[in-house]
Design a protein around this ligand. Structure first.
Ligand SMILES: [Zn+2]
Length: 256
């Protein structure tokens, strides 16, 4: 019984075999999934998927790489979609300094606007951070993101950063990289994160866990992430699965 809290099964990478991928996930024990939309096409597809599948929920937001393209209309559209009962979070949003398509000032502005919207709507937020840790934490603090909390998705920063995010009511989510042999930092941080704030994800089609590194990822492989974390936490796979399922349902307000 696993909850993959970050999938992009709405990606074109799954256009040929999406239903098979979803079925393989269920067969592997993935009983809940969150599909994350981050621009017009991926949000539209995410909504289509949640209307067809009882066990899949959605998050809607605007990716920092494309921040330069976001209009006020886009933000109003995102807000209108949050009335859907299976849209349970806002994001992914954040900062990405790896790619330079969107200037930092615009990324920050779009990030702040989405945090403000989430606070107005009382929805948790899903944070994307790539090579921008200091600025992400600063903006979360300045915008009082602790009012809604959310998920630090595919966490790769250090324990000091994790602590600050935990203090702001965020959950720490680990994906495929925590299974890599050389991922010493992620493993150390995962060991320290309190169980009641731990989540698992694939970020598929990206970041396939070992031994599928470099291949297209899919939600069934969140099982490998759960196994790696259970070992790091020195607990059973079943107990790890149960606590991360409870955490995700609590955060997203999912009862069943
Ligand atoms: Zn993502």
């Amino acid at each position: 019984m696993l909850f993959d809290t970050h999938t992009h099964i709405n990606s074109e990478a799954f256009n040929e075999d999406r239903e098979e991928v979803i079925q393989r996930a269920r067969d592997a024990g993935v009983t809940r999934m969150l599909v994350v939309g981050f621009d017009r096409p991926t949000i539209t597809k995410a909504l289509e998927i949640i209307d067809q599948h009882d066990d899949i929920y959605a998050s809607v937001g605007w990716h920092p790489v494309d921040a330069v393209d976001m209009t006020d209309d886009d933000l109003a559209w995102i807000e209108s979609l949050t009335h859907h009962p299976k849209v349970v979070a806002l994001g992914e949003m954040g900062l990405d300094y790896h790619w330079d398509k969107s200037p930092k000032t615009i990324q920050k502005d779009v990030f702040r606007k989405q945090i403000a919207l989430a606070k107005r709507l009382r929805l948790p937020i899903i944070i994307h951070n790539r090579e921008a840790t200091d600025d992400v934490v600063q903006i979360l603090k300045e915008e009082h993101a602790e009012d809604v909390g959310g998920i630090m998705h595919c966490f790769s920063a250090d324990w000091e950063t994790a602590k600050q995010c935990l203090d702001m009511n965020f959950y720490i989510s680990f994906g495929g990289p925590v299974t890599f042999k050389n991922a010493q930092l992620a493993k150390e941080v995962a060991q320290k994160v309190p169980l009641e704030r731990l989540l698992i994800e694939t970020d598929c089609p990206y970041l396939s866990p070992h031994p599928f590194r470099g291949k297209r990822n899919e939600p069934a492989r969140v099982k490998l992430v759960a196994e790696a974390l259970a070992e790091l936490k020195q607990m059973s796979y079943e107990a790890l699965a149960e606590v991360t399922m409870t955490n995700a349902k609590t955060l997203f307000g999912i009862e069943k």
